[in-house]
Design a protein around this ligand. Structure first.
Ligand code: F0G
Length: 410
């Protein structure tokens, strides 16, 4: 890629390109999902080397640590790789970035969790520390900023609860209208309460998440609202920063594995893209292996992985981990690419394994919602299978806060 190229949409299936201010999610030519092609990060018109990128982001972390500026956000700190067109310093006056200074989540260690998983160095990247209590805020700050810049009437999503809470909150900050479609009776009361309180209009659909997503796509066209599910490429740009930030916290010394829970596969897609780009730009020399973990009752991606990705499956999803109760993941193709390029692995864990792991995480004081515990349960499973070695360095991402999903305690 040439260095003077600017950020644009690219269809990785048919290579069509589109300008960044076109409001598209699917390629007009072939219907595949589009992604954002990022040029090598630049400063004053000059492409930076991998070392310079690391130094630039480390310096910005120090400079803006406690200032009320978008660059103190753990997403916008990495603006050159997220939305380079917006990279200038006088943001506080322009207010073009819709942010709540998300990110900056801790990288934790607790011996009991590490011992439970059976590895000596298991770090926990806790995304439940975001403003609305889940990792979704990282994608939402970018997607809502783009929707506002591109003149959308409002924003819309389908959700198992966390995306809807985040969307409602960021739409409120942006002054945009918001509508969410949720599976009737199948999201936690806390997430529903949060979504309503932030001011979204809520439609309960008789059907699962996959049906909600189909309806949300249709409604987005009818209302001229921007769809901000993880199909939206800006969401993935924001979610890449989970990986950037954890690498920065590790002094850019990449771990051997990064484990995450997997539902609609937006995060799996985003993590792979983050690692691919950092590697291409020379920021990291070695790629960690991605481990995507599904709940056994909602594991079409794990099923495909077992068959070498020769077949795509859709299932009727059922699991106690409502956040990942998804049967036909939208970002399937790009998640396959993430797993292939990182020599990654996909597995599934039972509800009993999820709950037993959640208990250990909760009692360590760290705490998380059930879906999040899947990432640590998956590490334990792969360790017992001998795929992960006890000396390998692993980071598990906890995606949501302990208070997000309490329905099982009632
Ligand atoms: N963990 C939590 C807590 C989630 O809320 C989600 C997704 C995932 C993991 C899976 O991430 O979809 O990128 O593979 N929740 C979505 C929602 C579907 O609507 O809140 P994914």
């Amino acid at each position: 890629m040439s260095n003077n190229e600017s950020m644009h949409f690219l269809c990785s299936n048919c290579n069509s390109t589109y300008s960044i201010d076109t409001r598209i999610v699917h390629c007009i030519n072939c219907g595949s999902l589009v992604e954002i092609r990022q040029p090598q990060p630049q400063l004053n018109g000059r492409a930076l080397s991998g070392t310079e990128i690391r130094e630039h982001w480390d310096a910005r972390l120090r400079k803006y640590a406690s200032k009320p500026h978008p660059y103190s956000s753990g997403v916008w700190r990495f603006i050159e790789a997220i939305y380079p067109e917006l990279a200038h310093t006088n943001h506080s006056e322009s207010e073009e970035i819709v942010t709540q200074l998300e990110g900056n989540t801790p990288l934790l260690y607790h011996r009991s969790v590490s011992d439970w998983a059976g590895v000596s160095d298991l770090r926990i990247k806790h995304e439940g520390h975001n403003p609305t209590g889940s990792f979704k805020d990282r994608g939402m700050t970018v997607a809502v900023t783009a929707a506002k810049l591109n003149g959308a009437n409002g924003v819309i999503c389908a959700s198992t609860g966390n995306t809807s809470s985040s969307l409602a909150s960021y739409a409120g900050t942006a002054g945009l209208k918001s509508t969410v479609l949720i599976p009737h009776g199948n999201i936690s009361k806390g997430k529903l309460a949060q979504t309503v309180a932030y001011g979204a209009s809520v439609e309960q659909v008789d059907g699962n998440f996959d049906e909600c997503l189909r309806q949300a796509q249709k409604l987005s066209v009818k209302l001229n609202y921007q769809l901000v599910n993880s199909l939206n490429p800006f969401r993935l740009e924001g979610q890449k920063t989970i990986v950037y930030e954890l690498l920065q916290q590790l002094n850019w010394d990449a771990p051997d594995w990064i484990a995450l829970p997997a539902g609609n596969l937006g995060n799996t897609a985003a993590f792979g893209k983050a690692l691919r780009e950092l590697h291409e730009w020379g920021v990291i020399e070695r790629l960690p292996r991605l481990l995507a973990v599904q709940a056994a009752g909602a594991s079409p991606f794990a099923q495909s992985f077992e068959g070498g990705f020769t077949e795509r499956f859709a299932v009727e999803p059922e699991t106690i981990a409502t956040a990942i109760r998804i049967g036909d993941p939208a970002s399937y193709d790009r998640a396959v690419r993430s797993i292939r390029e990182t020599n990654g692995y996909v597995t599934s864990v039972s509800d009993d394994e999820i709950l037993a792991t959640k208990k250990v995480i909760d009692e360590s004081g760290i705490g998380c919602e059930p879906a999040s515990a899947a990432s640590v349960a998956g590490v334990k499973k792969l360790r017992s299978m001998g795929v992960i070695k006890s000396t390998e360095r692993v980071v598990s991402v906890l995606t949501g806060h302990i208070l997000k999903d309490l329905d099982m305690f009632q």
